[in-house]
Design a protein around this ligand. Structure first.
Ligand code: NDP
Length: 239
């Protein structure tokens, strides 16, 4: 049984990833920031279904708090599957974008990636087996009006994915990014109505969190050992 940490496991896509990795037989650490109760409920649900799960609560933008929480997790053993899924958006057209909107998005998606991934890397490398999956966005590939901050942060995550994959390739650790399009979660509530989705998405529907989870679970599996450094889209043929 491998230990898997899913940041933002308390959110829509993260919860689906947690359920799926648990169904695949991994011990899942459901991470939350403000949603401790949601994470605890999900871990309980996984255990009731016969799986193995615990929770971890920290703000990925707080480097010291993250390091302390990860040190506790590492006391129990290495984390061999890491899904960097925590993310926020703070949309505004660029001329009206505040420094706070810029910083907050970069802090969670990009600095959060560093704060969580760096401390886990060496223990993972020592096991000679690891999977790191970074959740980015179609916005990083196609751009999106009102999301200069978000697409910049996710695009930087793509570049980090490529470089880290090269560094870790010889040690059995793969690093990939998954770039979803429009997925049915709280993050998009109010942003897209049915007509907008039909206009934007050739498949004329939003994706489901479970569909993203299936892709992530494959990248985290034994079978995906030769896939690394890739940005894999899941977007209903948007691009
Ligand atoms: P949700 O809003 O449902 O979940 C976001 C998650 O991120 C929550 O679990 C939240 O934790 C966590 N999070 C936010 N800020 C922090 C922080 N400072 N520290 C730690 N955790 C934090 O969003 P989704 O499930 O939709 O999104 C998941 C990922 O998928 C994100 O990276 C997003 O950018 C990406 N994505 C989503 C798309 C969509 O259409 N939904 C499309 C493309 C990409 P908590 O609630 O506990 O505070």
């Amino acid at each position: 049984m491998k230990r898997a940490l899913v940041t933002g496991g308390s959110g829509g896509i993260g919860a689906a990833i947690c359920r799926r990795l648990a169904a695949d037989g991994h011990h899942v650490i459901v991470h939350a920031n403000r949603g401790r109760d949601r994470a605890a409920a999900l871990a309980g649900e996984i255990r009731e279904a016969g799986g193995s799960a615990g929770i971890a609560v920290f703000d990925v933008t707080d480097r010291a708090a993250t390091a302390a929480a990860l040190a506790e997790l590492l006391d129990e053993g290495p984390v061999q599957i890491l899904v960097n899924n925590a993310g926020i958006h703070a949309d505004a057209v660029f001329p009206g974008m505040s420094g706070e909107q810029w910083d907050s998005v970069v802090d969670v998606s990009l600095n959060g990636f560093f704060n969580v991934t760096q401390p886990l890397t060496l223990p993972m490398l020592r096991t000679r087996w690891g999977r790191i999956v970074n959740i980015s966005s179609v916005a990083a590939l196609a751009g999106n009006r009102g999301q200069v901050n978000y697409s910049a942060a996710k695009g930087a995550l793509h570049a980090a994915t490529r470089s880290l994959a090269l560094e870790l390739a010889s040690r059995g650790v793969t690093v990939n990014a998954v770039a979803p399009g429009i997925i049915e979660t709280g993050m998009i509530d109010g942003s897209f109505d049915t007509d907008a989705i039909r206009r934007i998405v050739p498949m004329q529907r939003a994706g489901r969190p479970e569909e993203v989870a299936d892709l992530v679970a494959f990248l985290a599996s034994e079978q995906a050992g030769y896939i690394s450094g890739q940005i894999i889209s899941i977007n209903g043929a948007m691009i």
